[in-house]
Ligand binder design. Structure first.
Ligand code: ZN
Length: 421
């Protein structure tokens, strides 16, 4: 065990170099740039270390096309004896850079014990840590039983349909026993799952008329105003009162939440570069986009019914009130049982490497675990990896080098517990 931990500590520079190399490939999503490049870079490296590598294009998935094909990489190393399969999955896409950087977002600058760049913590540092951990373990225990897989997948930041969902639909997790997703959760936290999501559009309907005689029309924006008031009066208090037993962090996300994502009524603010005045019209439609995050104790039918109830209460008071609710997107909550084998093994490894107990957490937002659970039908999955979650998607995103080394040690030790005989 000590030999393995030393071996990983000795590969500190390799972890940093791989993180930098990945950051220097700007895999921006949207639209999905350089996916093939990042998969080839990883594939070449792992082939050189004796892994079997496949590049898989998720043809026909959202955003896939000649301009921005959705490429994934899966690498596999078999031990000389049969045994379980441990799979590390990381998404290779990163979000837009945004304003406010003091470092070049695609240089992979090293300063103060950190690597800076877009995707440093979310999650190229995690991919690098898991690959170096797997390589070090395979070098230390070449006669291991079973197999190790590493996948670098597309599109997590836009739902994962061209990435993990695509692989899961093709049975790519059927033979897998344990999954670790090295998302940035801090090296002493194990993430068991995430809350559910329901996005919908709520539309109020009116009747167009001349703006100087609004009484001849029916204003969809005023109807929406009544909807918002009813939400403030009844729905938000109802949601704040629902508490989960899931260990969601931060604490505020332990309740049900609703974000009013966007609202629009009447004529577009500006269209096709038009900068003149609007015309005088009563708006005949108003659309509200809602982002509802729900708890494992809640049922999605009930979640939707609560919004319908709001609309029905408004309708009872307003003549001619008409509305429509359209589903946009939904994800069920998922949580690995705290006594699942992978949780147990990683927890023990955290104790041995860091000398403290791991904290169990659940993520407020979703990540690719949903596809491994729902499509891949594999519950034995956690997120565990280096980096601080709050830094994800921020300017001057960074990952700590010490954190990458210790989480690589935890992952290496977990492999040892699962595969060494
Ligand atoms: Zn991520």
């Amino acid at each position: 065990m000590d030999a393995l931990l030393h071996r990983i500590a000795d590969r500190r520079d390799a972890i940093v170099a791989l993180t930098q190399a990945l950051i220097r490939i700007p895999t921006l999503n949207p639209p999905g740039r350089h996916y093939r490049d990042v998969c080839e870079a990883l594939g070449d490296r792992m082939r050189g270390e004796g892994w079997r590598v496949e590049l898989i294009r998720a043809e026909g998935t959202p955003g896939d096309g000649d301009a921005h094909p959705r490429w994934n990489m899966v690498a596999r190393l078999d031990g000389p004896r049969p045994g379980p399969c441990v799979h590390f999955n990381g998404h290779h896409d990163v979000v837009a850079v945004g304003e406010g950087w003091t470092h070049d977002p695609f240089a992979g600058t090293v300063a103060d014990g950190r690597v800076y760049g877009r995707g440093a913590c979310d999650m190229k540092g995690g991919i690098a840590a898991s690959i170096v951990a797997a390589e070090a373990f395979a070098a230390a225990c070449p006669d291991f039983a079973g197999s190790i897989e590493v996948s670098a997948t597309a599109d997590e930041e836009s739902g994962g349909y061209g990435g993990v969902a695509y692989l899961a639909e093709r049975g790519r997790f059927a033979h897998v026993d344990h999954v670790v997703i090295p998302e940035p959760l801090n090296p002493d936290r194990i993430c068991l799952g995430h809350r559910g999501v329901w996005w919908a559009e709520v539309e109020t309907k009116g009747r167009i008329a001349h703006g100087s005689m609004p009484f001849l029309g029916d204003c969809a924006v005023r109807h929406m105003g009544a909807v918002l008031e009813e939400m403030e009066a009844s729905l938000f208090p109802l949601l704040a009162g629902k508490r989960t037993a899931m260990p969601v962090v931060p604490e505020g996300a332990r309740s049900s939440t609703l974000n009013l994502n966007a609202i629009h009524g009447g004529e577009p603010v500006q269209e096709d570069g038009y900068t003149g005045l609007p015309s005088a019209c009563v708006p005949d439609r108003c659309v509200l986009t809602i982002d509802r995050r729900f708890l494992i104790e809640e049922d999605i039918a009930q979640v939707k019914r609560e919004v319908t109830d709001v609309m029905e209460r408004v309708r009872a008071r307003r003549p001619d009130f008409r509305y429509e609710i359209r589903d946009l997107f939904e994800v069920m909550p998922t949580m690995t049982p705290p006594d699942a084998p992978i949780v147990d093994v990683v927890r023990g490894a955290v104790r041995d490497v860091l000398g403290r107990e791991a904290e169990f957490v659940v993520s407020p937002g979703t990540y690719d675990q949903k596809h491994i659970d729902r499509i891949g039908r594999l519950k034995n999955c956690i997120a565990y990896g280096p980096g601080i979650l709050d830094l994800a998607h921020q300017p001057d995103e960074w990952v700590g080098i010490d954190d990458m080394v210790s989480s690589a040690q935890v992952m290496g030790l977990a492999l040892h517990r699962l595969l060494a005989r």
